[in-house]
Every structure is written in C-alpha cells, then in structure tokens.
Write a protein that binds this ligand. Structure first.
Ligand SMILES: [Zn+2]
Length: 316
C-alpha cells in the first residue's frame, strides 16, 4: 500500500480527536482521548503525539504513508507561523505548536482555527463536497464561520476573515453587547446562548409561554416549544433565523457562494429554522445572486474538525 494519508487533529478543551483521511476527504479511522488541559502544555503535546501515533497503529496504514498532520485549534492562531496566539479553552498562549509537533512527529504540520478547519471539512468531505465556493456558519455557544474560496480557506489580512458571528446585524435599539465588546453581533441572537437569553427574557417579562415551566432552558427547549406552536418560542426562533438570513444575504452579495452550510448544535433544529432562514434570504437577496445558491445543513457534525484539519494539506 502506498496510498498517502493525512491526519487531522481536532484540539479542544476537553478532548483531542484524531482522524485519518484519504486524498478524497473520507474519514477512514479515528481515535479520541482527553486533552488534560490542567496538566499543562507538555502533557497536551505528549497526548497529541501519542494519539496521532495510536490512530495510525490501530489502522491498516503505516507511518510512512502519513503525508502530513493538520490541527484545528479552538482559539486564535497565526497560520503562517504555526503559532497558537491564544486558546483560552486549551490553556495555550504564544505556543509554537507547528514547530514542536514537526520535531516530534517528523512530518509536516499545519494549523488553523477550529471554525476555518470545520468549514474546510464540510467543503471538502461534507455538505459542500465538490463545491469550490462556500461559506459555513457554526451555530453553537457562539457563532463561528469559515469562508472557502476556490477550494481554499480565505484568511484575510491577518487571518481573521470569516468571523461571521461578529457581523453587526441587529439594529441599535434592539442590540445588546456581545462578548467581543461591540453591540448588535449576529452571535447575540443566533447562537444557542442568544436563543436561551431571549427565552429567559421573555419568561422574566411574563410572556405567556410553556418555557416558563422549564427549569434550565436550552436552545432545544425553545425549538421544541416552537414546533408545537408556542408563539413566544416561535417568535424567538424566527428572530434568530431572521438575523441569520440577513447575514447570509449580506455575505451572498459580497462573495457569491454556491452553498451556505449551517452547522453546530442550533442547526439541529431542522426545518423550523432552515425554512425561515431561506425565506428571509429570498426576501433580502437580489435574484441573480440567489440563482443556484443553496442553504444546507452541515453533514459531518463533530467530525468536520478532523476532516478539515487533514484537508489543510490538500486544500489550503
Ligand atoms: Zn461580537
């Protein structure tokens, strides 16, 4: 066997997920172990090295077939220098991860942030397979994003392109402050956190909703209530969908993508979210820009990070 394989590492605060991909972006074999953030950088690097070697040992492939190791990191990264600038959840700062891993593994290493890598994963092996131009939104605790142009991650001037969660879309009178320090960001309304906040506000105001009976409201509770006709919950879902659709419309006229891929926990809401997003998008976007454009749910789920990290070698 001389087929080349690529290893993708998804470095998160709790777990390190490692996967082997072939040149077509298919995930063939995976391994997952704890990050052990509390034990410090040395242990984290030891763990990455161990899991990368283990995933190959446990697979039908051999070490010589490994053409590169890519890593997606939850945090700010300097892609060109291969440095983690700051990854709060992983406890790493100004960390020369590429150099360290290249020395330990004796393989070329590339890194990028988790949102870009997830976008690349979906574009390469997921919902955007075969698509050269797509934009991905990840709706989770926050809203992450990644832009794929001509099959590659678009980095921008300093690697901050694709910070879609911080598009200012909410009008000032309704806007609240975002974690980034600015007001009116998409993330304040279309993330799980934003949806939960709107639900809690409605309950606190005394709005008539079954959510008032829920002890610790989650985004899923809001979607479930909306699906059975709770008007307050439906209003919240529509508001999250409206600003997401508005953001898509703005991006569409700038980048002319073929597909918008929407992933993350909130995207599991399904049609109740997607139908409204598509309807808002159609209202706000010029028809020629809409032609052929699709808005699709992500398909790789938690595997997107591993696939995209492996794809850094072929698609960046
Ligand atoms: Zn923001």
């Amino acid at each position: 066997m001389s087929e080349k394989i690529y290893i993708g590492v998804d470095l998160g605060g709790t777990a390190i997920k490692v996967g082997i991909c072939n040149e077509e972006g298919q995930l063939l074999h995976t391994y997952e172990g704890p990050t052990e953030v509390d034990k410090g950088p040395e242990t984290i690097v030891d763990n990455i090295e161990r899991y990368v070697r283990l995933v190959v040992e446990q697979s039908p492939f051999n070490w010589e077939q490994v053409a590169g190791v890519g890593a997606g990191v939850a945090g700010f990264t300097n892609v060109r220098e291969g440095i983690i600038i700051f990854a709060p959840n992983v406890g790493l700062r100004d960390f020369h991860i590429r150099q360290i891993l290249e020395e330990r593994l004796d393989k070329p290493v590339k890194i990028d942030n988790d949102a870009n890598v997830a976008a690349l994963g979906e574009a390469w092996g997921g919902a955007g397979k075969g698509i050269e131009n797509c934009v991905c939104y990840t709706l989770g605790t926050g809203v992450g994003g990644g832009i794929i142009i001509d099959g590659k991650i678009y980095q921008g001037f300093s690697g901050l392109a694709g910070e879609l969660g911080h598009m200012s879309v909410v009008p000032d009178l309704e806007a609240i402050q975002c974690g980034c320090g600015k007001i009116g960001c998409l993330e304040t309304v279309s993330s799980a956190t934003g949806i939960i906040r709107m639900a809690k506000d409605a309950v606190a105001r005394g709005d008539r909703t079954e959510l008032a009976l829920v002890e610790d409201i989650t985004a899923k509770d809001v979607f479930d209530a909306a699906k059975v006709g709770d008007e307050v919950a439906l209003r919240i879902v529509n508001r999250a969908a409206f600003y997401l659709g508005k953001s898509l419309a703005a991006v569409a006229v700038v980048l002319n993508p073929e597909v918008f891929i929407i992933g993350g926990g909130v995207s599991k809401a399904g049609d109740i979210l997607f139908n409204e997003v598509r309807s808002v998008f159609e209202k706000l976007t010029p028809e020629p820009v809409q032609a052929g454009l699709r808005i699709e749910p992500a398909t790789l789920g938690n595997d997107a990070g591993m696939v995209g990290a492996a794809g850094l070698f072929l698609r960046s």
